[in-house]
Design a binder for this molecule. Structure first.
Ligand SMILES: *Cc1c(COP(=O)(O)O)cnc(C)c1O
Length: 370
């Protein structure tokens, strides 16, 4: 028999570069400082861990497919209507559900050049065409987005704050974007880092969602709540969008342990406040101390900073990444985000942050002596 022809996926699927997560291990045998995936250095609430362990008592049961307790807990924590909330196996799953439900071949989805990579993946996976828009100084340019909109545009993805740049779009600019987009274009506001932002002109977009029929906000338990391993995200959306997403959602898409841990995490407000305070203390300190070494750091409102290695003569993000990894400091390369000379560093615990600064200083010294 001749070799069988392989089954062929949609052509756009072959354009996807599979997502490469932040590395978990460096080259050294000693302590690893994993600052590559924007995880919470304080971990989850101890109560969330307890709830997770209790879930082990009834593994034979299907989870609550409608996530009622969790949606009610989210609704009460954030002042929302529970029936306008949908939960997902990570917010990544919700982004994929949105693309699957609202995009078809020939449609366009617009996002900015350094935006979260998942928007491109879910757009191509749905058979549609990504339209990538320039940023200005690592920040979303609303006018550039509007200029890219055509009669084929179905979705605009806006990461606010954005990963990996750490920049944000003011609520006035988000409103201007929304008001200027044609009717029928869905605006997806991905507010994965909203809890960290301490700016008076920032809002995650709840009011926009509540008062319109064309705007979605997605959120996650992976960052401030420290539950990345469990894969838990949610979205707040208009009624018709919620009804649509329920049609394409897997019947039991969120597992029981994640549901239980999510409810417990929301109750432990003190733990969330500690996480916010830790991050707020370190963000400016990391920026100042790393910039003082000669490596500029973009202003960030998230739980990470973006470090530029091109400003020091001889500096190179790839070489720096190898140097740091050999010392157990694992940052994130962001070439796939169009930022080949930068590394993203998650705000870690005190020890990891100090270890990173020390390793960066040692790397800088190799340049000065070389
Ligand atoms: C981390 C992150 C998410 C969260 O993804 P989950 O699937 O919920 O873990 C979403 N959007 C952005 C921009 C992120 O950085």
């Amino acid at each position: 028999m001749s070799a069988a022809k392989s089954p062929e996926p949609r052509p756009s699927v072959l354009e996807i570069a599979a997502y490469i997560p932040g590395r978990a291990k460096g080259g050294s045998a000693g302590k690893q400082h994993k600052l590559s995936s924007n995880e919470n250095p304080l971990g989850p609430s101890p109560e969330a861990r307890e709830a997770f362990l209790s879930a082990a008592q009834s593994l034979e049961r299907y989870p609550d497919g409608s996530a009622t307790d969790l949606r009610e807990a989210i609704a009460s924590a954030y002042g929302l209507k529970a029936d306008r909330i949908i939960c997902g196996n990570g917010s990544d799953e919700i982004l994929a559900m949105i693309a699957n439900a609202y995009l078809r071949e020939g449609d366009e989805a617009v996002f900015t050049e350094h935006a979260f990579l998942v928007y491109r993946i879910v757009t191509l996976a749905a058979g549609a065409t990504p339209v990538v828009v320039k940023e200005t100084d690592l920040t979303v340019d609303v006018d550039a987005i509007l200029a890219a909109v055509t009669d084929k545009t179905r979705i605009v993805f806006l990461a606010n704050p954005n990963n990996p740049t750490g920049s944000y779009t003011s609520i006035n600019e988000v409103r201007r974007l929304r008001d200027s987009l044609p009717a029928g274009v869905l605006l997806v506001i991905d507010a994965a880092y909203a809890e960290y932002v301490q700016k008076n002109d920032y809002e995650a977009g709840i009011e926009l969602v509540a008062t319109r029929n064309d705007t979605i906000m997605t959120r996650t338990f992976s960052k401030i709540y420290g539950l990345a391993a469990l894969r838990l995200g949610w979205a707040y959306a208009p009624e018709a969008v919620i009804n649509t997403l329920h049609r394409v959602r897997g019947p039991f898409n969120v597992n029981a342990a994640a549901l239980a841990a999510g409810v417990a995490a929301l109750k432990d407000r003190a733990h969330t406040d500690r996480s916010i305070a830790h991050n707020a203390r370190w963000l400016p300190e990391l920026r100042e101390r790393i910039a003082a070494l000669g490596f500029p750091v973009a202003p960030s409102v998230g739980n990470f900073v973006l470090i530029d290695f091109s400003a020091v003569p001889g500096g190179d993000a790839g070489a720096a990444d190898e140097f740091l990894s050999a010392r157990g400091v694992i940052l994130r390369r962001v070439s796939a985000y169009g930022l080949p000379q930068m590394l993203r560093m998650t705000v870690g615990d005190d020890e990891s942050n100090e270890a990173t600064i020390a390793a960066l200083r040692a790397y800088r010294d190799t340049l000065n002596n070389g």
